[in-house]
Design a protein around this ligand. Structure first.
Ligand code: GUN
Length: 313
């Protein structure tokens, strides 16, 4: 048996098309959603992500602007920037790219973002809305996981879902979304006893640990749906062999670039799972698509009355 590969790139492009047509309709009402992206310093991975986010805005017609304070910025100065973005009416979404440098109080900074503009869904107000099933902004990666399941016609209600990883950005909100969709949810972490045994109960297994190829064949119930949220750069030849031995295409990338992107799920899982998201090309593209969707949602929520008013003229 070989798992059905769930094509995140194609699902993300459907969502981006839908967002683009919504942005067009809003333009007819005189409204253009706007996103401010704040990237502190020069973390190479963050720079790649931010470029992708800004490019996606251009493609769907969202106004975007980038703020790039230097690596040594203080919490106080960063807070001033956020307060300014909170006040500006043409900015609907504010995204602070993580991680922030160590001298910055990240929690203080994230809490300073107006919850109505918090397109990452990290503010405690939005966390509270999610946990009480009220309308709000939901973190992009977990929201993308649910979109992949829904758009691939994978039933969630009544299913056993196991989330491996309890981060505030992915594991916890993913668990909450799955509960809200009526799954029976277990959250595992580094202290979980018999991790493989717990994972083997899952009809839907979400891997969000941040360790390349940790989910092996014996963690997966035959036929289960496996969603791989991992994005791990593999640079060691031994690690490469453990994961991709015999994969000629991967070998070529690894040789030419000196690294390759691996998920948290070992490739051998494809022989057991019923459906599986690839890395790259699975959950990753959904994160940006959901950011676009959240920015439009924030614009609608903030300017809902104005959008309706203008469209009825
Ligand atoms: N860094 C890694 N993932 C994320 C994310 O989802 N949002 C932000 N703002 N930064 C990140």
């Amino acid at each position: 048996m070989s798992a059905k590969i769930l094509d995140g790139t194609s699902i993300a492009s459907d969502i981006r098309r839908e967002v683009a047509s919504e942005v067009k309709a809003m333009a007819a009402a005189g409204v253009r959603p706007g996103l401010a992206v704040v990237l502190v310093g020069h973390n190479p991975a963050s720079e790649v992500y931010v470029r992708g986010k800004v490019k996606a805005c251009e493609e769907v017609g969202i106004y975007s602007e980038q703020h790039a304070p230097s690596e040594d910025i203080s919490t106080a100065v960063l807070l001033e920037l956020i307060h300014d973005l909170n006040r500006r009416d043409e900015i609907d979404g504010i995204l602070i790219q993580l991680p922030l440098p160590p001298q910055v109080d990240s929690k203080k900074v994230l809490f300073a973002v107006d919850p109505a503009k918090d397109v990452d869904g990290f503010h405690p107000v939005n966390v509270g809305f999610l946990s009480t099933q009220r309308p709000g902004l939901v973190p992009c990666t977990p929201a993308g996981v649910i979109e992949i399941l829904r758009r691939s016609q994978i039933v969630i209600a009544g299913q056993e879902a196991v989330v491996v990883g309890r981060s505030d950005i992915v594991g916890k909100p993913a668990a909450m979304l799955l509960i809200n969709a009526s799954a029976t949810v277990t959250v595992c972490h580094s202290k979980t006893h018999d991790l493989s045994g717990v994972c083997r109960r899952a009809d839907i297994l979400i891997a969000a640990i941040g360790r390349a190829g940790m989910i092996r064949r014996d963690f997966v119930k035959p036929g289960a749906t496996v969603i791989d949220v991992g994005m791990n750069q593999v640079t060691s030849p031994n690690e490469f062999e453990r994961l991709f031995a015999g994969n000629a295409k991967r070998e070529q990338t690894f040789r030419s670039k000196g690294s390759t992107l691996a998920g948290d799920v070992h490739p051998e899982v494809a022989e057991v799972a019923g459906a599986l998201t690839p890395v790259p090309g699975g959950v990753g593209p959904l994160t940006i698509a959901m950011l676009m969707s959240n920015t439009v949602k924030a614009a609608r929520m903030r300017r809902g009355d104005r959008v309706r008013e203008l469209s009825s003229k």
